[in-house]
Structure formats: C-alpha cells, structure tokens
Design a protein around this ligand. Structure first.
Ligand SMILES: *Cc1c(COP(=O)(O)O)cnc(C)c1O
Length: 220
C-alpha cells in the first residue's frame, strides 16, 4: 500500500468529529505532496528548523500544526503562519507565544500539553499546573493566544489498559477545566491524543484530534 491508500484507509476508520493531523516529520516534500494530492491539508511537524523549509516548498493552503517540544527562542519563526500549536508545555512558553502573537497582530490557537505518561522524557504540565496557569492573572492578560484544548502522549507500552487509563486521565482533566474555566467558550473543545500505535484507544476515550505519522507515511 502507498501513502494515499493508507491515508484513505485510516480516514475511513475515523469517526466524524475526529480530525486527522498527518505528522510529516522526517518526510520529504515529495512524500507530503502525495498525501496533499490525496486530499490531506493538515500536517504536523515537530521541529521548527524542519518545518520552515517545508512551508516554502509546499502549497500555501496547507495548515501546519506544531506538535513537538517548542523552544521559546524559536516561537517567532512560526507565529506568523502556524494554525495550531499542540505542545504548549509551560507558562513561560505560552507567554512568549502571546508576545509574538501581539507583534504579528494574530491570536495564536494553542493546546496545553499535559504530562500523562510515566516517561519523564515526555513534556507537559500536570493537572494542578494547568489549573494554576489558567487561574493566573498573567494568563488573563494574554489576549493573543486562544486555548483550544489539551494534548497528551501516553506511555510507550504494549499495556493497552495503561494507555487507556492515561488517555482517560487527560479526558477527565479536559472535562474539569472546560467546566471550571471555559464553560462559556465553545473554542475550548479539542483533545489531541492518539498516534499510530494507540489512536483507536484514544478515540475510545474521547479524542478529537489524532496525530498520525508512521501508520500512513511508513516507518521513520
Ligand atoms: C512523531 C509524533 C507523532 C506521530 O507518531 P507516529 O507514531 O509516527 O504516528 C505524534 N505526536 C507527536 C508529538 C510526535 O512527535
């Protein structure tokens, strides 16, 4: 099966209301174009230095999402065009995104990344840190970011019950935060969870965005 066929197969599996973010890191512009020609318009990248040259070479109607850990000093390069930043993992980073958003006269759509896995190598805030950030006066003064929801990555394990419990934890935090902080705002509605090996489990727990790479593009 080629890229277009695998893309089509996974698209058919996804329930309505679940958006596919096709993660194209390490993949060439030619491979990305194959998916584009098959109708895909949302692509995810995890490194700014890889994303920038791709935006030059590829069609302008692609919506680029940042899914990987973002360093504060790189924010300025993506703020002019990025459609969604999934990986806001600290208050400091959100502050920088807001500042750059203001300079660009844009409001930047963001997801807050929550740490749900065992691995300390994965980034993100815990439930209390998320609540503190959203309760803070600094946050209330940020008018150039829009928090669209939460993102999380499960532990890399074959224990599906564990993965399921971690996604459920993300969902529970999402529901709590929605009710407490965003009850009057329809913009807070996304739960970005699920990758090639666990997207079905994530969908079962309420994912609205799956970030899939290797299951469509092949192994990296
Ligand atoms: C690479 C990556 C993905 C996609 O991973 P696959 O296992 O290839 O589907 C999803 N989310 C993030 C944050 C990634 O870095």
């Amino acid at each position: 099966m080629g890229i277009a066929a695998r893309l089509e197969k996974i698209r058919k599996e996804l329930p309505s209301g679940v958006e596919l973010i096709l993660v194209s890191k390490t993949k060439s512009p030619e491979e990305i174009l194959e998916a584009y020609d098959a109708g895909q318009r949302i692509f995810g990248e995890s490194k700014v230095q890889e994303l920038l040259p791709k935006t030059e070479k590829l069609p302008k109607d692609i919506q680029w999402h940042m899914v990987g850990h973002l360093q504060s000093n790189k924010v300025k390069y993506i703020v002019p065009f990025i459609s969604l930043i999934h990986s806001v993992d600290s208050a400091k980073l959100l502050k920088v995104i807001n500042k750059e958003g203001r300079k660009n006269n844009r409001t930047i759509p963001c997801l807050l990344q929550m740490h749900i896995a065992d691995e300390s190598s994965k980034f993100g805030m815990d439930h209390d840190e998320l609540c503190q950030l959203l309760d803070s006066d600094t946050f209330k003064e940020m008018h150039h970011v829009e928090i669209r929801g939460l993102m999380g990555m499960a532990t890399f394990t074959s224990d599906t019950e564990k993965v399921k419990a971690e996604f459920r934890q993300l969902r529970t935090s999402f529901d709590y935060i929605k009710q407490n902080q965003f009850s009057d705002q329809t913009s807070f509605r996304e739960i970005s969870m699920g990758m090639s090996d666990d997207y079905n489990i994530a969908i079962g727990q309420g994912s609205t965005m799956v970030r899939i790479g290797s299951a469509i593009f092949g192994e990296r």
